[in-house]
Design a protein around this ligand. Structure first.
Ligand code: LLP
Length: 421
């Protein structure tokens, strides 16, 4: 596996000091498992590379919003990037601070803005003129000034999957680059807004640095224009998006990525500006795995199927993006034949697959680990087919702790009722 927190000892997959087989035995499957050490190391890589510069890491919690995960980052001094009032509530429940939180997203409601302003978030990353008007209105009613940064759309191709590329003209995100200066002028003229920054987010699972540098060049050019127009840009937000190794991708390592970007922002006139990062996947992706048990092996005319107890409702990425996740046995076996399987779940959809054409040495009842599932795994899970969502466990050295209980079926329809007649 791509992270040493997950390793084999005596033929059994371990998460730090704990056998994954014992975790599955104790807590059942499907089971999300996270390594605290891997989370800590990924965050430190960002923080260490920022040392000596004015920079702040805001964890994009959409990738993994479990309170225990957020708490690990909060204790290390992280800020947070949120896209809903619900995510803000999670940050605070996990020990994070609103003052260290930036509020992103293309469709914030007035109610969400009100809540975020009252709690005192650090910055609203605004994406359109109508949104500026609503925020100004909400801030006025509260007698406050809302700190604002525009998310500009630099129109650069991040060379990633079209569903997760966000900085192209064709995407719904951000203010068009050609409109950005005029939009800043409008924001500046609104009484209850205070322009504090600018930024962009060009996509996700990006494995090259060059699209970032292209985007930054445009953003820095814009900063100079806006400052010439009388605003002070306190920070530049470079977004998130750094990719991870799922299979054979070779993204730059976190330190190299951060240093290259910070160096780029050292250009004359920009060196003292604070730089914000919004990483999600690169902090949590390879710190988690999804453990699942093989229910049945089903030979077919064209394909063999390994039917497991995890499904697209637990991990949506393969069904949604044809995403690749490595799938490995928890206990290595030599006594059964290696065969090629599609690893599929019990959900009634042909799209319910987790891996295709995988060579696996498995038998019925065996455990498998679906790797690199710490990002956009649990957070995108659903109750489709009335399947309770999986439990989540965090491992710290030789100890494991349930950080989210497995859902029970009765919880799933607790809020429903039948018509009285
Ligand atoms: N900031 C903003 C404004 C974002 O929209 C995102 C992700 C991030 C930060 C964090 O990006 P990251 O570092 O995780 O790449 N569900 C998809 C990924 C969607 C990403 C959406 N935005 C997947 O499973 O691949």
């Amino acid at each position: 596996m791509s992270d040493s927190a997950f390793h084999y000892a005596d033929g059994v997959l371990h998460v730090e000091g704990v056998s994954a087989a014992s975790l599955a035995e104790q807590f059942g499957t499907p089971l999300y498992v996270y390594s605290r050490d891997a989370l800590t190391r990924a965050y430190r890589a960002y923080a260490d590379a920022c040392a000596g510069r004015k920079a702040k890491i805001h964890v994009a919690i959409k990738a993994n919003s479990n309170l225990a995960v957020l708490n690990v980052f909060a204790r290390m001094g992280a800020g947070f990037d949120i896209v809903s009032a619900g995510e803000l509530a999670r940050v605070i429940a996990a020990g994070g601070r609103a003052e260290d939180t930036v509020f992103s997203g293309v469709g914030k409601s007035a109610a969400e803005m009100r809540e975020a302003l009252q709690l005192g978030v650090k910055c609203f990353n605004v994406e359109s003129i109508p949104e500026l008007h609503v925020l100004n209105h909400v801030a006025k009613a509260l007698g406050k000034k809302a700190p604002v940064s525009l998310r500009v759309n630099p129109d650069v191709g991040p060379k990633t999957h079209p569903y997760i590329s966000t900085g192209l003209k064709a995407n719904k995100f951000g203010v068009a680059f050609s409109d950005a200066r005029a939009t800043y002028a409008q924001a500046h003229a609104m009484d209850n807004l205070e322009v504090v920054g600018t930024g962009c987010h060009i996509g996700s699972q990006i494995t090259e640095i060059s699209p970032y540098l292209d985007a930054l060049d445009k953003v820095l050019e814009l900063v100079e224009q806006i400052e010439a127009d009388g605003m002070h840009i306190h920070h530049v937000d470079v977004g998130g998006g750094l990719g991870i190794t799922y299979n054979d991708e070779t993204p730059p390592d976190i330190g190299e990525f951060v240093k290259t970007l910070l160096d780029h922002i050292k250009k004359p006139g920009h060196g003292q500006r604070e730089v914000y990062f919004e990483p999600g996947r690169s902090l949590v992706g390879n710190a988690g795995a999804l453990l699942t048990r093989v229910e049945y092996l089903k030979p077919g005319e064209e394909k063999n199927f390994a039917i497991v107890d995890a499904a697209m409702n637990d991990l949506a990425r393969p069904a949604m993006y044809e995403a690749f996740h490595r799938i490995v046995p928890v206990v290595e076996r030599r006594d059964v034949k290696t065969q090629t399987y599609d690893v599929v779940g019990p959900v009634c959809e042909s799209g319910d697959w987790l891996g295709r054409d995988r060579d696996l040495t498995v038998g019925q009842g065996d455990l498998l680990a679906i790797c690199s599932a710490g990002a956009y795994g649990f957070t995108m899970s659903s109750n489709y087919n009335t399947r309770p969502r999986a439990a989540e466990v965090m491992v710290n050295g030789a100890r494991a702790r349930v950080v989210r209980k497995r859902e029970e079926v009765k919880q799933l329809f607790a809020g429903e009722s039948v018509m009285p007649d």
